[in-house]
Structure formats: C-alpha cells, structure tokens
Design a protein. Structure first.
Length: 268
C-alpha cells in the first residue's frame, strides 16, 4: 500500500533538499573541471557530452534554483509562517495534554519549566497510557468526558486547518508539515466519529453528522483495548508533531529577533 509521499521528518526534508542542491553544484563543478582536464574525451563522445550537459542543467535548475526560490518564499512571510506553526503546535499540544488530563496522568504544573517535558514522558510510556485509557473507556462517566474532549479537539483542528492550510500550501516545506497535521486532525475526527456512532450525541445535528461519517463503514473490534490502542497512537503522534513543529517554528524567526523587536521604542 502506498501512503503520502513524505520524508521521515520535516528536518529530514530540509536536509534532503539541501543535499540534492549540494550534489548538483558538485556535479557541475566536476563537469567543468573534467572539460579542462580531459576535453578530448568529451569531443570524441559528443552524444554523451550532450546528455551529461542536459542532466547537469536539469539538476541545477531543479535543485539549486528551486531551493533558492523556496528559501526566498519562506523568508518573505516568515513571521506569518511562524504564527501558523505556533497555532498548529497549540492544537497538537491541546490534544495530547487533554488525553493525559482525562486519564489522570497529567503531572503537576509546578515547576512550569519542565512541565511539558514531564508530560511528554508520560505520553511516550505506551503501556501505562494504554492501561489508563482502558480504565477511562470502561467507566461510563470518564468515557463520556473523553468523548466530549475528542469532539472538541476535532472541531478545533478543523477550524485551525481550514483557516491556515491554504496559506501554508504555497511553500513545499510547509505543505509537507501541514499534511502531517491534517493526518492528526483526520485521526481525531475518525475516533470522534467512532465514539459518536457507539454513543449518539443528544444534538440532532451531531447525530446526523455522525451517521453520515465514513468511519461507520470501517469495522471496529469490540472492547476498550482496541480503541485505547488507537487513541495512544494519535496521542503520541500529536506529541511528536508538537515537538517537531515547534523546533521548525523557532528556526524561522529566532527568539533573539523578537526580543530585539520588543525592546525597541514606539515609531517616531
């Protein structure tokens, strides 16, 4: 089965495009040097020389020029891109912190400095998180609370992506990143539809929406263990996207630049 065309991570995507550009430049330099040192070879093999020059032109235009244009596009609206990434981080963090809160695994907020790190460690403990979710799903009261939370996360993700996805698709790097967050939003929406189908909401409009969801056509194994495993996967995906997107966002516009801007006085 073929899935979306992605690199392992956004950082890997950046390294890949830059390596391709470096390789294209190295091939161009090697071709120029070879023309000076062994020019007779290329004159004797004109067809091979023409093919090699065409390949170099394609590599140079596809890798180097495209990379330069991508960098310029990213820099042109870098503050907006950083703002959108912070919104994506907020959405992902809301999901995985919310699941921890429902399961009772959310650590104390003090000290605030390492609250996120301690919470992330709880998310990565797969066995413990799975057991806690099974307990939540087996209890009617906590099950209903988790159901409400997931419905809220699905609506919030739809709102964030609907507002900013079109903007982020203008740059290839940001398009790959937004695609990962669309996957997260789709997973949350799917789990929400499964829960709506099992426990129809009171609102008639929500019931009609749940009834029309494609998730009702996908077979679901009985019991809380299957559902808990899926929620664990989604929670860990949200935490991973939180960490990765925040790292890229802080690279776009450095924190030092913002500090300098905030220290400036009002315009004259």
């Amino acid at each position: 089965m073929s899935g979306p065309r992605r690199t392992r991570s956004v950082d890997a995507y950046l390294r890949q495009t830059r390596l391709i550009a470096i390789f294209a430049l190295a091939a161009l330099i090697a071709g120029v040097v070879s023309d000076f040192t062994n020019g007779d070879f290329w004159r004797r093999h004109s067809l091979l020389a023409g093919l090699a020059s065409s390949i170099l032109v394609v590599m140079l235009s596809a890798a180097v020029i495209n990379e330069i244009l991508e960098i310029r596009r990213r820099q042109r609206w870098s503050t907006l891109a950083q703002y959108v990434k912070f919104e994506l981080v907020r959405n992902a963090r809301m999901i995985w912190l919310g699941v921890l809160e429902v399961t009772g695994l959310l650590p104390d907020a003090e000290p605030q400095q390492n609250f996120i790190e301690r919470s992330a460690m709880a998310v990565r403990d797969t066995a413990r998180l799975t057991d806690a979710l099974c307990v939540v799903l087996d209890n009617p009261d906590t099950h209903e609370r988790l159901h409400r939370e997931i419905s809220f996360y699905a609506e919030h993700a739809d709102e964030v992506l609907g507002r900013w996805a079109g903007v982020m698709l203008n740059v290839e790097l940001y398009a790959e990143m937004i695609d990962r967050h669309v996957e997260l939003a789709g997973d949350v929406s799917w789990i929400g539809a499964v829960l709506d189908n099992e426990y129809p909401p009171d609102d008639p409009r929500q019931r009609r929406r749940a009834r029309s969801s494609p998730a009702v056509q996908i077979s679901v194994e009985p019991g809380s263990k299957w559902l808990a495993d899926r929620i664990v996967i989604i929670t860990q995906l949200a935490e991973t996207l939180d960490h990765g997107t925040l790292g890229i966002a802080l690279q776009i516009v450095p924190v030092e630049w913002w500090k300098e801007r905030l220290q400036t006085g009002p315009p004259s």
